[in-house]
Design a protein around this ligand. Sequence first.
Ligand code: ATP
Length: 353
Amino acid sequence: MTADDGHGVAVQVAACGKTFADGTRALEPASLSIARGETLVLLGPSGCGKTTMLRIIAGLESPDAGGRVLFDGADVSAVPIEKRNVGMVFQSYALFPNMTVADNIGYGLKIRGVAKAERAARIAELVALTNIAGLEHRRIDQLSGGQRQRVALARAVAIRPAVLLLDEPLTALDAALRERLRGELDRLLRSLGITTIYVTHDQAEAMALGDRIVVMSKGAIAQVGTPREIYFRPATRFVAEFVGAANIIEAEIADGALRLPGGHWRIADSVSRSRAVAMIRPETIRIAATEAATLRGVVDSVSFVGDRQRVVVSGATARPLAIDAPNALPIRGGDRVGLVADPEAIRLLPEHL
Ligand code: ATP
């Protein structure tokens, strides 16, 4: 069960559910396969069972009867956490406050009996990789939040774990730092090629870091897919609304198009249903001249949101439609507009009316 020099193991979660002693059903039996070197993100709202899933993989929690965890095909269900060779980082860093940065990073190596010279070499390598050069001899309580988080990461990967488990590691940081560290973390995980399971409730973080995302809701897996699949082809309304802004449109379908109060929009799917719930992302709708579109409406409001403007149009669909338009588009409340959508961007959801 040793790490294949930084490439980690393939992880399989087979029918793992969890009911706690007090009867709380935190996780319905769920199965997942995580490829060697893959970054898999568990994404979902608070209480959906993400942490429970992570703790089962770590060996901190045992699954209900019948559930198994396999590393490279070997059943590790009965293997305790300290023998699973996992690296973990939590929202609270759990670093040793009185120890130096270097000693914190080298801690796991020391207790594993790694010789001093090799320890020093590995610490130096990780200090460089995590951008904390110059801080090696500081104590943890003399560092900023972002620096602490980098040390926690360096410490977790120092042992060359088979699997790296991260539970909301950036949540405690402010927005700007979170975004910067997200980029650094992405580069770090890619350069290490380590199998990583990352828990977050932040959809932007999930999209940026995940090779694949597992969206969870109420203790069950709602969808597994690449960030693009999850975003553009959500399996359910819950997924559609959780991972970004979504217009949910209830409409009749006839002749391959959604029939709407302000006209129609062609759809790509051929369906036998006569009514459907459809989803379209605000940035995939284009505002055009009324004569250039099959769907029309009136602008309710325009708000400048920095990199674009958010336009709300009513009359086109039963409920107002949100559209993201480039700032350069001259538009005002009260304008009559045409609305163009690529049929591929309209996703029919399984919900029935
Ligand atoms: P968050 O983002 O808030 O951490 P989460 O998705 O990680 O949420 P979990 O921590 O996995 O959710 O918890 C799932 C459910 O299990 C919650 O309802 C939680 O209250 C419950 N739970 C977690 N640990 C225990 C426990 N030891 N005993 C009883 N219930 C628990």
